[in-house]
Design a protein around this ligand. Structure first.
Ligand SMILES: O=C(O)CCC(=O)C(=O)O
Ligand SMILES: [Fe+2]
Length: 345
């Protein structure tokens, strides 16, 4: 596809120049013919180039050692991330104070989210929102995402019971989408090797010629792919193909409590499968923006009246959809403790 042809496409299909990732949902993005002509390849390459420019503009505000680690690996691991008194207060609070929770079940895994309080209520959990907005967290997330902006933040509990269902789709090695994007986990308790830790393929955030060819080949087949997450634009990579893409092995990250993990989830990652029931609680954040706009920041969702409400508003919309009998991702679970086991919830 010529550059001119590519640049004309958004007139017919505006989604081409957005973060829309689903081959299945969007007939232009999923078009086999256009993808054979290089539509996906162009989107991936342009998003990567624009992300690199935005990262360069942010580089000066990132701790040099963390920047070096990120550039090399695609993730940063920061120990002792929260002040200890805040960590203790948050741990006590989540163990004793029930909160409104929403859940999604994926096979044997329950993914529970609890939005942070909207107004200053003196809680420790509320203070986490302010911590996420400190430059040491928000700038690093912006750098990892390739574009700074609003970080959708909540408490997250991952509760796995291998007896309760099919395999966890997040335990398959995957990239979340076609462009740089960031997630963070601030783990509130130790996560041992058998507790379902996060895993990542170091260096797989970089767009190499092999990766671009692989992306191109996947895009052509995507709508026919048997895995619905793959068809939805979150490409799965069999572990046996890591070496053909020039990558090393997947690395697992058991962590101590109070460790912050920030990753570009364009790189290949997964949740390590649990062989016994496990529960993992973290503060969790997502930063994903349109990769085709040249500027950092200037995110309307970061306005003070909106920023604490994004997760809540999203979940309220889910509740309305559920009430109307429409499909939802997250179901309301009422008011419960963060670490309630899935069977009891
Ligand atoms: O929870 C994890 O360790 C990783 C899950 C995942 O793939 C994601 O949140 O994108
Ligand atoms: Fe993921």
């Amino acid at each position: 596809m010529s550059l001119a042809a590519f640049l004309r496409l958004p007139l017919a299909a505006p989604a081409v120049l957005t973060a829309e990732k689903s081959f299945r949902k969007n007939p232009v993005i999923g078009s086999e013919r256009l993808n054979r002509h290089g539509l996906h390849r162009r989107r991936v390459a342009l998003a990567a180039a624009m992300s690199a420019r935005r990262r360069a503009a942010l580089a000066g505000s990132i701790d040099p050692a963390e920047r070096e680690a990120f550039d090399r690996d695609g993730f940063v691991i920061r120990r002792n991330a929260l002040p200890l008194d805040l960590l203790e207060a948050v741990r006590n609070e989540i163990a004793t104070v029930p909160r409104a929770a929403w859940q999604m079940r994926q096979g044997q895994t329950v993914n529970r989210v609890m939005p942070l309080p909207v107004s200053a209520d003196g809680s420790a959990v509320r203070a986490l929102g302010a911590w996420v907005r400190t430059p040491a967290v928000s700038d690093l997330m912006g750098y990892a995402a390739g574009r700074s902006g609003h970080i959708v933040t909540s408490l997250q509990t991952i509760a796995v019971d291998p007896q309760l269902g099919e395999a966890d789709p997040q335990a398959d090695l995957h990239a979340d989408t076609f462009h740089p994007t960031a997630k963070f986990w601030l783990f509130l308790h130790d996560v041992g090797p058998d507790d379902g830790p996060f895993s990542y393929v170091p260096g797989s955030h970089r767009l190499t010629p092999q990766r671009l060819e692989w992306e191109h080949a996947q895009a052509i087949e995507a709508t026919r792919h048997g895995d619905r997450h793959h068809a939805a634009g979150s490409f799965r990579l069999p572990e046996s193909e890591l070496s053909t893409l020039g990558y090393g092995a997947v690395e697992m990250f058991p962590v101590e409590a109070n460790t912050l993990v920030v990753a570009d989830t364009y790189g290949f990652h997964r949740r390590t499968p649990s062989r016994r029931p496990t529960i993992r609680t973290s503060l969790y954040g997502i930063l994903r923006r349109n990769p085709f706009l040249p500027w950092n920041g200037l995110d309307p969702l970061n306005l003070p009246i909106l920023r604490d409400r994004t997760m809540r508003t999203h979940l309220a919309m889910e509740d309305r959809r559920a009430k109307a009998g429409k499909p939802v991702v997250y179901h309301s679970e009422g008011v419960i403790l963060a670490e309630t086991p899935p069977a009891a919830a």
